[in-house]
Design a binder for this molecule. Structure first.
Ligand code: SF4
Length: 213
């Protein structure tokens, strides 16, 4: 298919979107002044810039950050919302982790079915070439800040299918991964440990997101 910008033309965007899962092709940057067709991340960026400029000019940025960053960081750590998405056997372990025996909810985990409501993508199983662009689109649809967990050998490196023509050799070849959980399959306790590891990472490295800088 010929690669061309389709963002500003709603009619052509719909037709191309129906034929491809390549998010880079579907979601080109809008032409200048085309505000009606802004993507959610572009709109957030625009609002972020406006708020940042005003708060910087008035000198309240530092004060607001000091007050709000610990609150946002605490909220991010203790309410992880992973996408309810499973690929293969490890997905069954993910389900077991949420059952009464292991109860992942006690560390704040609540699964959502829409990427728009999620901040964690748990990849659990072999990602085949056909699935890769769809998974990337799901990742791009998640709002910032967001994190990725590669759960199991398949998600980390392709696992038993590492030399298959149709399996991607690791999630981190197409999206950034924050936590790797080895195992085949990954035990539910290991998934919960991975989520706790991510909480520590957020506490140490993510200051909070009021002004996103
Ligand atoms: S890592 Fe093992 S258990 Fe998990 S999806 Fe791959 S083959 Fe299945």
């Amino acid at each position: 298919m010929k690669k061309e910008k389709v963002r500003g033309d709603a009619e052509r965007r719909r037709s191309v979107g129906a034929m491809t899962t390549d998010s880079d092709l579907i979601m080109e940057d809008p032409p200048a002044g085309d505000w009606l067709t802004l993507r959610s991340d572009q709109l957030l960026e625009w609002i972020d810039d406006a708020v940042y400029n005003v708060s910087e000019a008035t000198g309240i940025r530092e004060v607001m950050n000091k007050i709000t960053r610990p609150i946002f960081n605490w909220g991010m750590r203790f309410s992880p919302h992973p996408l309810h998405f499973g690929i293969m056997c490890c997905a069954l372990e993910m389900g077991a982790a949420s059952g009464p025996d292991f109860d992942a909810e006690r560390v704040g985990v609540i699964y959502r079915s829409s990427p728009r409501q999620c901040d964690i993508l748990i990849v659990n199983g072999p990602v085949c070439e056909k699935l890769r662009p769809k998974l990337k689109t799901l990742y791009e649809q998640m709002p910032e800040p967001k994190w990725v967990i590669a759960m199991g050998e398949c998600a980390i490196s392709g696992g038993p299918y590492w030399d298959s023509y149709s399996v991607v050799a690791g999630t981190d070849t197409f999206i950034p991964v924050d936590v790797y959980i080895p195992g085949c399959p990954v035990r539910p306790e290991a998934l919960i440990h991975g989520l706790l590891t991510l909480q520590k990472k957020i506490r140490d490295h993510e200051p909070g997101m009021f002004l996103r800088r």
